[in-house]
Write a protein that binds this ligand. Structure first.
Ligand code: KG4
Ligand code: ZN
Length: 336
């Protein structure tokens, strides 16, 4: 068998990343150029700034990823690229680079859904067995996904309003923490107590939906009212209380999903899967299924995860023409 090398490109938000995956399971390189420092002073990602940064570094990232993998363009079998969901301008930069590279070297183009990438990052930890359930938690998404077989993703529950990561970043901003605030809140939470008893929306309802906007508002109101009275609430306790509410909701809905979809494997992925509190609670409370969480470096946005998802699409022969367009609101069930 000749070796199969996939070059993958990710640029859906504020990370420009290029990876090389060998034979579907050996990640030879995963170069990540983060723009987070440029967005910090705005307290969030500025789409126009993101696109410009991607343009500046994408070619270098491709070169570096090939070099680090000790691979040449002639060795490659395909080029994979994230085509949604994400910021349209940001997506287009990675797609233009991927198309140009594919065309110049006569390679097939594999379109990859960013959320499928987050999920398939788990393949780096274990050979995934299907059917499986996934809890995907990132800055833009919070969803429970049923995967009947490799590449068949079905959303069975999602957030009605804010994504978990988005809620972390917003309350972080209110507390004066820098963007993105998830990691710092997680660390502070470990030093505090859950004393504020924030609402756990829809936790008792028998559906698989999430809602985080009420929690976010309750947090902001508490913080605001205290400030008006000149009180300083302990930031560790605020973080611990916020995180306890988030984790109660995530755990409750995940358990409910596991009852409805009896599978043997649960994947937890996306930027928020880096959360130590979440990892601890999963370990303590979920024992009858195999919980697979990608390593920290594959939880945040990166092209390695896109390559793992692309390997499945390659097997299925899912290739795109060079007129492939960006799909900012791409959902799992849309056919392309
Ligand atoms: O998946 P990701 O890198 O980008 C998106 O596709 O959105 O996720 C980024 C999100 C941010 O909202 C960030 O605050 C959050 O993941 N995050 C965390 C932690 N590390 C990153 N949230 C909670 N705890 C963490 N340790
Ligand atoms: Zn992401």
């Amino acid at each position: 068998m000749t070796d199969r090398y996939i070059l993958a490109i990710e640029s859906s938000c504020d990370e420009t990343s290029v990876a090389v995956l060998k034979n579907d399971n050996q990640l030879l390189s995963n170069v990540i150029a983060s723009q987070v420092e440029s967005h910090k002073r705005f307290g969030g990602v500025v789409p126009e700034v993101a696109s410009r940064h991607h343009v500046e570094v994408i070619t270098l990232c491709i070169q570096d990823a090939l070099k680090e993998a000790d691979t040449k363009a002639e060795d490659l079998s395909a080029v994979a690229v994230t085509y949604g969901p994400g910021l349209v301008g940001a997506l287009l930069v990675g797609m233009a680079a991927a198309k140009a590279f594919a065309w110049a070297h006569g390679l097939p183009l594999i379109p990859v859904n960013h959320m499928a990438g987050h999920l398939m990052a788990a393949q780096s930890t274990a050979d995934l067995q299907y059917p499986l359930l996934a809890l995907l938690v990132s800055g833009g998404h919070t969803e429970l996904v049923y995967v009947a077989e490799a590449g068949q993703y079905k959303i069975i529950g999602e957030t009605r309003d804010d994504a978990v990561g988005e809620a972390y970043d917003k309350v972080g901003r209110v507390m004066g923490l820098s963007y993105p605030a998830g990691r710092e809140i997680d660390q502070l939470a470990h030093k505090g107590q859950d004393i504020y008893n924030f609402p756990r929306a829809m936790i008792k309802e028998d559906n698989l939906e999430f809602s985080f906007s009420g929690l976010k508002s309750a947090f902001i109101n508490l913080h605001h009212n205290a400030k008006q009275k000149g009180e300083e609430l302990p930031v560790e306790d605020l973080c611990a209380s916020f995180q306890a509410a988030v984790l109660d909701i995530l755990l409750a809905k995940t358990k409910k999903a596991l009852e409805q979809y009896p599978v043997k494997t649960l994947v937890v992925a996306g930027g928020v899967a880096a959360n130590q509190g979440l990892r601890e609670r999963l370990k303590e409370e979920i024992s009858d299924v195999n919980v697979i969480i990608p390593p920290l470096r594959l939880c945040g946005d990166n092209a390695g995860m896109i390559a793992y998802a692309a390997a499945v699409e390659y097997q299925k022969g899912h290739f795109a023409d060079l007129d492939l367009n960006a799909r900012p609101s791409l959902a799992f069930d849309s056919l392309e």
